[in-house]
Write a protein that binds this ligand. Sequence first.
Ligand code: SAM
Length: 236
Amino acid sequence: MRIDIVTIFPTFFDALDISLLGRAREDGILEVEVHDLRTFTHDRHRTVDDKPYGGGAGMVMKPEPWGEALDTILPAEIPDVASGAGPIVIFPSPAGEVFTQAMARELSGASHLVFGCGRYEGIDQRVFDYAGSRASVRLVSLGDYVLNGGEVAVMAMIEAIGRLIPGVIGNPESLVEESHEDGLLEYPSYTKPSSWRGLDVPPVLIGGNHGAIAAWRRDAQLERTRRVRPDLLPPE
Ligand code: SAM
């Protein structure tokens, strides 16, 4: 998969050099290029923002640098956008659709993702409209709260998407039993020692009865989901 990221803070993405995603880049599974939005400005101050039309607090990101960045990254040939062909451009936004494991799985099958990190009060609306004429565009929210910028949201999305790309995680089975994969939260996990500071591992996990272990885990998943995230369960 190819990933392009546009940001005014390129060093935010230095962390993509480490751990599993770093290895995936070394192995050529993931190709990442980070673009500094300010390189697409032409004034002495490398300005990327201006006051909002209509007034109001804060600043809005100007369309011109974004247009040049997108023209550099997106293929010159405009694909049949309606067919879903070509790159997917993702703008993190608290006003977007909420990012989920299902969306991460869907996006892990894409060949080219472009992330545009907003700052200040966000990006001029025409950038989304223009990008939509060149590629599939999605506004995606990490959750119902407001961050200072899109970088942290993009890091989270790339990590969630990247670990689902075949070859990134050594044992693909470890992806199957995770929270949200089957619509439930994961069961509690334990490792050695079996007794620690007066706290014991549930005996069923030590007994070696695989059927009983599976049943215990399923019950634990249901109990935890009912207690912490009842909204994930179908209505009774
Ligand atoms: N004025 C915007 C609004 O009310 O929708 C918020 C702008 S926020 C301060 C600046 C940038 O942070 C946004 O353009 C977006 O890129 C990012 N951002 C903030 N909260 C986010 C969230 N929950 N999910 C994804 N991105 C977010």
